[in-house]
Design a protein around this ligand. Structure first.
Ligand code: CMX
Length: 140
């Protein structure tokens, strides 16, 4: 069933996986998918090196920390490598943010911020979503 919300959520855009080291993880996922990543991009403002794989409409994003202060470094230190977030595509991220604030969710930035792969993004605190970090993203 599709969302009745006017601003989305349309689909799972990608799943983010935190990895300790990028090169062995790229090799593993290239073997798994039988194809190399279509894109690599560093988003310094988020403290991440990102690597994207595509399978049909689905995307997997590998995330490695750029430095010790990165959210990915903290995540791995606390919980180990693994699924870091689920990203949902939305049509109107600002409308979406207003709606979820009204519903009582904690947003992790007061405005959308630049994300990898030509998106503007915002995160919902994982404590509000039963332990999974949720990213909302809109094409720019
Ligand atoms: N998924 C689920 N739970 C998470 C989590 C995640 N990705 N990251 C942290 N947590 C948990 C912590 O384990 C902690 O749980 P406990 O209280 O049970 O120990 C709790 O959330 C709060 O953690 P914290 O120590 O108070 O806060 P942190 O400093 O670890 O910050 C978070 C957590 C989510 C607020 C922070 O990582 C953040 O702002 N994330 C959004 C930005 C981001 O993750 N950027 C990287 C990806 C960018 C991209 O994809 O382009």
């Amino acid at each position: 069933m599709n969302s009745n919300l006017p601003f989305g959520l349309e689909k799972i855009e990608h799943i983010g996986i935190a990895v300790s080291e990028l090169e062995p993880a790229i090799a593993t996922y290239t073997t798994l998918f039988g194809a190399p990543p279509y894109k690599q991009e560093t988003v310094a403002s988020q403290g991440v090196h990102t690597v994207f794989f595509k399978m049909g409409e689905s995307k997997i994003e590998l995330l490695a920390a750029t430095d010790a202060q990165s959210p990915i470094a903290k995540f791995i230190a606390k919980r180990g490598p693994g699924i870091h977030h689920i990203a949902y595509a939305v049509k109107d991220i600002e409308a979406c943010m207003s709606h979820f604030i009204e519903k009582g969710f904690t947003l992790l930035s007061s405005a959308p911020v630049p994300g990898a792969d030509a998106k503007k993004i915002v995160f919902l605190h994982p404590k509000d979503t039963h332990g999974t970090l949720v990213e909302l993203c809109e094409d720019v």
